[in-house]
Write a protein that binds this ligand. Structure first.
Ligand SMILES: Cc1cc2nc3c(=O)[nH]c(=O)nc-3n(C[C@H](O)[C@H](O)[C@H](O)COP(=O)(O)OP(=O)(O)OC[C@H]3O[C@@H](n4cnc5c(N)ncnc54)[C@H](O)[C@@H]3O)c2cc1C
Length: 503
């Protein structure tokens, strides 16, 4: 059974259905969590009901297959202040791990539901009342001010002699979004699962759930996954957790896959589709993003820090909040899906006053970013795969004809950009990217994003990842290193660090 798509039964009690006080019980069947969420909240908060009516909602999840998790939302309104407040109680049904969270927040915007559910599922740590309230209230990217002083920042040592690696990889971009489709090749059923652009690590869990829903329709419990990058490996582990016996067939294994050379940050909308195709893809994208984000929360705090939060300083020569700026005119327009669909998943940026800003850059704001330490994350996935009995076989497939040579009847094709050659699929467009890695500095616990200077740096455990965007990356499948590109990026970072106030 695939958790994210399984039917569930819910009971809803809402005393203000149709804007009237009273009590209504609805039984909703065959809804996914996302369906349930939007149904109730659309009806409740999207309807601009009068502010005088109290609200009370109880949701009970009777069948949640993935972890026995259920949650209840109690919403109430304080009529004296004419502002609705919500208490969100999240309770885990996992024995010994029961947690509860109370959260008072102002309500009243149309998108409350998505924020509340996102916050309820993502912000499981109690005791951060203020931060939780901000996550629900804000209209992204409206900044807040003054929440936490800026700590003294240790400078990144950004000099050429500290570069320990330069890497190139190819983003497998598709204008329509990833291909997640079932196709028959004779007796083989192949679920294609490739084309995740600049978002493969971010979306892997949610995308795996979409692919496994198709696998389930084939009725087979023994499956082959072709490819062992972020998508293949995550899909394989997700399949095992759902009870499948899995063999991975792959031409290369980590760290010799493209995924091992990614930057490693939460970037679920990065080159994931074009603006033109966004309307058709947005619902699936939102499901994938929410599912992945939820899954990543459960990888925080583990040994080796496969996933962690780090402060990121966004630096700018001009005030924040202006229209989006375009660096690469040769690339298509990309949609701002996060802003439209999942604003609750992004921590609220905090704008720094001039006297708080330690950078010699006119404008700075701080936010927090999920960072993937790709080496330990990959190791964690490989360990789980083998622990759950998975088989790994080095094998290259030369074309669709080779599908018939595999023992399994159901195959999941996670070959990334390799699918272009394997299937002759020219909907896959290569988007080249190059990173440099500096010697790790454990004392550095922040990253920077400085659009105007075209430099980005992230403090991974295995080194500080430094990146610049380059012209001509779109459509470029070259894996040849351009050392000058990385030297320039490091020099730009050095210039920023020279202006850093360290006390
Ligand atoms: C510079 C850069 C930075 C990035 N940063 C981020 C980031 O910060 N966050 C994020 O979420 N994403 C990021 N990405 C995107 C992410 O790296 C990709 O979306 C992801 O790597 C795609 O994973 P994949 O498993 O589909 O492909 P791959 O990693 O390429 O894996 C494909 C697998 O298929 C196998 N294979 C291919 N062809 C065959 C064949 N014919 N027969 C058998 N096996 C085959 C390969 O050996 C490999 O194991 C970045 C990408 C780049 C280039």
């Amino acid at each position: 059974m695939v958790a994210s798509t399984s039917p569930i039964t819910h009971q809803i009690e809402s005393p203000f259905d149709n804007g009237e006080e009273g009590r209504e019980i609805k039984h909703l069947e065959n809804l996914t969590r996302a369906d349930l969420a939007s149904t109730w909240f659309d009806r409740s908060f999207a309807s601009n009901r009068p502010h005088s009516c109290p609200a009370h909602l109880q949701l009970k999840r009777h069948a949640m297959p993935e972890a026995g998790l259920f949650f209840a939302f109690y919403l109430r309104k304080t009529t004296s202040t004419h502002r609705e407040t919500a208490s969100v109680h999240v309770r885990s049904a996992i024995p010994q791990a029961e947690t509860a969270m109370n959260l008072n927040a102002h309500l009243g915007r149309r998108a409350f539901f998505r924020r509340a559910v996102g916050a309820g599922l993502a912000l499981t740590a109690a005791g951060h009342g203020h931060a939780q309230r901000s996550a629900i209230e804000r209209t992204w990217p409206a900044p807040v001010t003054g929440l936490r002083p800026v700590p003294a920042l240790q400078p990144m040592e950004a000099t050429a002699d500290r570069i320990i690696a330069m890497n190139v990889c190819t983003r497998p971009f598709r204008a329509k979004g990833p291909r997640i489709e079932l196709e028959s090749f004779g007796r083989k059923q192949v679920v294609h699962h490739y084309g995740h652009g600049g978002s493969g690590w971010s979306l892997a869990w949610g995308s795996a759930a979409e692919a496994l829903a198709l696998v389930e329709t084939t009725g087979r419990r023994e499956i082959a996954v072709i490819g062992c990058g972020a998508i293949g490996l995550t899909t394989a582990v997700a399949a095992q957790r759902a009870g499948y016996a899995v063999t991975i067939y792959s031409r290369e294994l980590p760290p010799d896959v493209q995924s091992s050379n990614a930057t490693g940050v939460w970037s679920p909308e990065s080159r994931i589709c074009t603006e033109e195709h966004a309307p058709a893809f947005a619902d699936r994208w939102e499901r994938m993003t929410r599912r992945s984000h939820w899954q990543h929360q459960h990888l925080l705090g583990l040994p080796g820090h496969p996933v962690e939060h780090q402060d990121i300083y966004q630096l700018s020569d001009i005030p924040f909040g202006g229209p989006p700026r375009i660096r690469y005119p040769d690339e298509p327009s990309y949609p701002r899906l996060g802003r439209e669909r999942t604003p609750d998943l992004e921590p609220t940026p905090v704008e720094l006053d001039a006297d708080q800003n330690p950078f010699k850059v006119p404008f700075a704001r701080r936010t927090s970013l999920l960072l993937f330490n790709i080496s330990s994350y990959t190791q964690l996935l490989l360990n789980e795969f083998t622990r759950l009995g998975g088989q790994l076989k080095i094998r290259e497939l030369d074309g669709p004809g080779d599908f018939s040579k595999l023992r399994e009847r159901t195959l999941v094709n996670c070959t990334g950009y390799g699918a272009r050659q394997l299937l002759g699929d020219d909907s896959l467009v290569p988007v080249r990217g190059q990173t440099a890695k500096l010697i790790p500095q454990p004392e550095v616990s922040y990253g920077i994003r400085y659009w105007d200077a075209n430099v980005y740096a992230y403090p991974r455990r295995d080194g500080i990842l430094v990146q610049s965007g380059a012209d001509g990356d779109f459509g470029n499948a070259s894996e040849a290193l351009d050392p000058q590109e990385s030297l320039t990026a490091v020099a730009r970072l050095n210039a920023v660090m020279q202006g850093l106030q360290t006390d």
